[in-house]
Design a protein around this ligand. Sequence first.
Ligand code: UVW
Length: 334
Amino acid sequence: MASAKKELMVDNNPAASPAATIEQLLGPDSPSNWGKWGPDDEVGSLNYLGPAEILRAVSAVRSGEVFTLQVPIGDPDRSDPVWPGRTPAVRTQVMDEGFFARGEEPEPSDGHHWADDKIEMFTQGSTQYDALAHYWYGDQVWNGYPADSTIGALSRASVLPIGERGVVGRGVLIDIARARGKDVLDSGERISLDDLLAAADRQGTVIEPRDILIIRTGWIGSYYRTAGEDFYRDWNEPGLVYSPELVKWFQTMEIPNLVTDTIANELSFYPGGLQLPLHCALMRNLGVTFTELCRLDDLATACADDQRWTFLYAAAPLKIVGGSGAPVNPLVIR
Ligand code: UVW
């Protein structure tokens, strides 16, 4: 507990009081990649994923097994997991055989029938990529674009350029739940940089520069085993916890993409009311893309079975113009 408390002090000064704002917590010297890929960049650390990284990912494929990481959208049996305040996706049938049976749709002369449906959902209401301008502090978003470029739609660093580019690289899964001998981490359970590296060591996994980092907590898997609203009780997702060392490690390791099985990829809340500071330190300042709400349990079982924790990861979020985020169904090929 003592070390966790130190991590939340302003500028690492143990005598200081807990930071009241994210800007105070991160301080003026928080690592930044703004400008590194030019004044017009909108995909940030995905720039690290060039042909050499894609070939490195291909060489990690051994058995040809395929895993899809998306959770179902519009499941009527268990409404979709969402960050509190967002509403689950609703799929509505707008055309089907019933319309013909009830005489509500004229019978076409050529005998064809059809089904149509629509979905109303938050762009971040399922497995998804965040746009780099999804979350910020101060008056600037990723790469220094003005915060008012988000008004009405994201005119800079929306999810569209991520969808246009696609994401392919070597994925490495670090199974924190398994390392702690649990099915699922507890509400508010923390993962420090040391915890992450120790879990990798324990797996015998070397995290290499430019790896797509995938962290399993068991959290979303537990949603589908938990009744009704119990999942949201004492809401505080477990996950990575901010420290200057963690942020520096992401920058030095040139991590392009953080993927987890929680809704927001990090510990939700800090003493004093701070929320999701890694969205700011990693996404806003370093341009690390976030893939959230992934289903990792089957993949983790396969990795544990043959002790191979690296593979090819590929994903392309939907190309939503001006979108703050977009649904995606990432693929892992082992
Ligand atoms: C929030 O913005 C709260 O979370 P996410 O990054 O999951 O969309």
